[in-house]
Design a protein around this ligand. Sequence first.
Ligand SMILES: O=P(O)(O)O[C@@H]1[C@@H](OP(=O)(O)O)[C@H](OP(=O)(O)O)[C@H](O)[C@H](OP(=O)(O)O)[C@H]1OP(=O)(O)O
Ligand SMILES: Nc1ncnc2c1ncn2[C@@H]1O[C@H](COP(=O)(O)OP(=O)(O)OP(=O)(O)O)[C@@H](O)[C@H]1O
Length: 481
Amino acid sequence: MDENEWGYHGEGNKSLVVAHAQRCVVLRFLKFPPNRKKTSEEIFQHLQNIVDFGKNVMKEFLGENYVHCGEVVQLPLEFVKQLCLKIQSERPESRCDKDLDTLSGYAMCLPNLTRLQTYRFAEHRPILCVEIKPKCGFIPFSSDVTHEMKHKVCRYCMHQHLKVRANAQLMLMLFPFRNKQRMHFALKSLLQEAQNNLKIFKNGELIYGCKDARSPVADWSELAHHLKPFFFPSNGLASGPHCTRAVIRELVHVITRVLLSGSDKGRAGTLSPGLGPQGPRVCEASPFSRSLRCQGKNTPERSGLPKGCLLYKTLQVQMLDLLDIEGLYPLYNRVERYLEEFPEERKTLQIDGPYDEAFYQKLLDLSTEDDGTVAFALTKVQQYRVAMTAKDCSIMIALSPCLQDASSDQRPVVPSSRSRFAFSVSVLDLDLKPYESIPHQYKLDGKIVNYYSKTVRAKDNAVMSTRFKESEDCTLVLHKV
Ligand SMILES: O=P(O)(O)O[C@@H]1[C@@H](OP(=O)(O)O)[C@H](OP(=O)(O)O)[C@H](O)[C@H](OP(=O)(O)O)[C@H]1OP(=O)(O)O
Ligand SMILES: Nc1ncnc2c1ncn2[C@@H]1O[C@H](COP(=O)(O)OP(=O)(O)OP(=O)(O)O)[C@@H](O)[C@H]1O
């Protein structure tokens, strides 16, 4: 292992990824706050749980082709130490509150999903890859929700205000509900304010989107310059705003088509009948024109999303959150009380794994009739954790231009107006959310809604009343005296 063959690729809140310069693989390391070290065994088990969860649960729900579980590998400690030193200067400052685990020597080895899916072999054709973190695709429908606002405005929009982030565009609109224009609108908004919800890679290198969630977004004309050879390979489309718009439009159309494509079988179909019987499908904070919104109920079946597509399947898994955190929290407390009395049962209840076939089978029980048992509470808790995982995953779309009539090695092909692309779609960051995060989620939920209700709505009301006053003043002036 030579650290010089690996380069910094990216990181999130819990892991850091390095990519091999020639081969199509990445290493994904865990990160921890400086004072919270874990033993090597704990780290190995944590990583093995991630792999098992991907294999036994997410592959089943989302489909074989979309999920790449990778494997746990043991690396020479000296290599990891040198690698850590080598990449440190490339890490965004805002992510440096946590350190890469250099002590255990364990990491996950995965295919580099910014390349087309050929795993070990690097493609020599140019490759474009778009990574989207779609977040939650529905508004809670649970009768346990006590804050009326949660039925009107989606969590993502409300949370943006608490995080003081610029972009309150709707991720909900990525789930199109028979309306491709909503999807185009959402993708364009994402391209304007990428935050950490969108990244674009060219030949494996990040060219657009934030390395650092706090840094400003890049420039569209620069992006169009990178994309032009992909979308307008053989014509001399002039540069300038017209070209930029044309290129961005092509990109948005291709991504929409890819997101709506797919025939991968997954067992998520078994979830559908019980899920999402009610619920609004629009968020009132949406900047999207009201006239283009679609009325009706919010279910994966009625979403207009094709059943084989990854967004449909992701939405189904997200909807395992049947009760909302408000309905879930008392059930979590029931499990907690049981564990206080019988701590040795934690293993039998599979709170920390193993995430095996038995764990998966229990997730398929969608009944919401509470019989007062710990078993019922536990099933809902585990379903909630899985749903939260699906609400925080990312989708990678890799596109490689192919000749007009050439076959694409049996990969699916998407046309744009002047070219064609072989493509692959994958999901990443499918680490099961920890049981311990539930109390935090409960508190955070209350905080998000209260903050939004108090500040944003109050501000809106103030603006409305000022406008009202202004119009009253105006009326006064116009009156004949
Ligand atoms: O709570 P959210 O919706 O802000 O999601 C968190 C993400 O924020 P963002 O996507 O930027 O809004 C957050 O992403 P960033 O660190 O902001 O890139 C994490 O993914 C976090 O998950 P975890 O705690 O690392 O397991 C995510 O936390 P949970 O999914 O556990 O809530
Ligand atoms: N298999 C992969 N191939 C290519 N790039 C990857 C792969 N896995 C992760 N990445 C890149 O590394 C980034 C960080 O990875 P990941 O999302 O798994 O981190 P995380 O810490 O778990 O995220 P979060 O903050 O959401 O918890 C991703 O956004 C993606 O750009």
